[in-house]
Design a protein around this ligand. Structure first.
Ligand code: PLP
Length: 389
């Protein structure tokens, strides 16, 4: 069977290879500590669980859901944006509920990218940021985001002809996998750049609430006039430990939201009503739940990074996200090194190339197991006598 060109053009899915290796180790009876995929293990707020249980008893919950999101949830989204980041959106025209933000990111590309179009994407990146463009028939142009530029490509370095031809600039700060945080100045430049070259500015704000030491990240929509060009994607997956529920949303420019709604009305029937009701509860949460969640991740970060540094690995503490971006010791590439860790210790980490070729030289370690298991992971690495320098 001949697959469509769009599938053939996708880069190798590195996590599929990792899954094979994991399955092989499990068959041998190895107790894996899986810090590979960014799959949160934080329990959602109790009232969110209660809400979905209650919703299940209502016959209306089991019918096709409300599209593009219940009015209650869209109002909760608008209130959340105002309360957490200080910007206003119209719940009726400037919000859309998604079946997870990944779904929205990919379908947004289908709403705007024609074959031959290009998008500008800092790399390494969360794969949906470049795969959406590829699936829609376009070509993502890599803006290398490396340690030397603070993982924030200088927009002034982009060739004006390339910028003029592009359709979209796709940013995401704090960044998965590099954990970089953008400054307000950088976002101001991004808005001005998008306006100058008539680009759509997509900002993925998945890690909005995962920050430490009071470094609260800013939303792109806090920048004056950003709404003229910007759509911003949010998710309940990380903030409320609800990855399995598939609740995401996008806010911003009404034309961009309108086009996403148009494509989605032709693809899906919206998000399960029970999840929509519960998500409205989640977004009404004031700081206490989120403070606890941040404390949990910070504790894991400190145990992991302090532990690994004590073994001679030189790793910086991230200011936020649920990841540690760690340089691979000399003499290995990232695939070799992550395979070595897996085979010698049963600790799973993601090779940096899972996020594009620019991720070579790094592995990403996700803080997605308990502190006890993270302590054990460090112990296993210590016993294995791996060279980290
Ligand atoms: C940057 C980024 N955006 C979006 C997502 C997907 O989130 P969701 O669960 O809402 O689809 C992830 C998941 O890891 C992510 O890292």
């Amino acid at each position: 069977m001949e697959k469509a060109e769009r599938l053939k053009k996708l880069p190798t899915y590195v996590f599929a290879k990792l899954d094979e290796l994991k399955a092989r180790e499990r068959r041998k009876g190895v107790d894996l500590i899986d810090l590979g995929m960014g799959n949160p293990n934080i329990f959602p707020p109790q009232d969110v669980i209660d809400e979905v249980i209650e919703a299940l008893k209502d016959p209306e919950t089991h019918r096709y859901p409300s599209f593009p999101g219940t009015h209650d949830l869209r109002v909760a989204i608008a209130n959340w944006c105002k309360r957490e980041y200080g910007f206003k959106v119209d719940p009726d025209l400037e919000t859309i509920v998604l079946i997870g933000s990944k779904e929205g990111l990919i379908h947004f590309a289908f709403a705007f990218i024609n074959p031959g179009d290009t998008t500008l994407v800092p790399m390494p990146a969360y794969p949906a940021h470049f795969n959406g463009t590829i699936l829609a028939g376009g070509t993502p142009i890599s803006l290398p985001a490396t340690e030397s530029n603070g993982y924030m490509p200088d927009l002034d370095d982009i060739n004006p002809d390339v910028a003029k031809k592009a359709k979209m600039l796709i940013l995401s700060y704090p960044t998965n996998p590099t954990t970089a945080f953008a400054t307000k100045e950088y976002f101001k430049k991004a808005v001005a750049f998008a306006k100058k070259y008539k680009l759509i500015l997509l900002h993925d704000f998945a890690y909005a609430e995962l920050y430490f030491e009071g470094n609260k990240p800013i939303s792109m929509l806090e920048i004056p006039e950003a709404k003229d060009v910007c759509i911003e994607f949010h998710t309940c997956s990380k903030t409320f430990g609800m990855a399995g529920w598939r609740v995401g949303f996008a806010v911003g420019n009404r034309e961009l939201i309108g086009a996403l709604r148009q494509i989605k009305t032709n693809l899906d029937y919206g998000l399960f009503m029970g999840a929509q009701k519960a998500a409205a509860k989640a977004l009404a949460h004031e700081d206490e739940y989120m403070e606890k969640m941040r404390k949990t991740y910070k504790e894991r970060r400190d145990i992991l990074v302090d532990g690994l540094n004590s073994l001679g690995w030189k790793i910086e503490k991230p200011k936020g996200t649920m990841y540690v971006w760690a340089p691979v010791p000399k003499g290995y590439n990232c695939a070799e090194f992550s395979t070595l860790l897996l085979e010698k210790t049963g600790v799973v980490v993601a090779p940096g190339t899972a996020f594009g070729d620019e991720g070579e030289g790094y592995v990403r370690i996700a803080l997605v197991d308990t502190k006890e298991r993270i302590i054990e992971a460090v112990e296993r690495l210590k016993k294995a006598n791996i060279r980290f320098a």
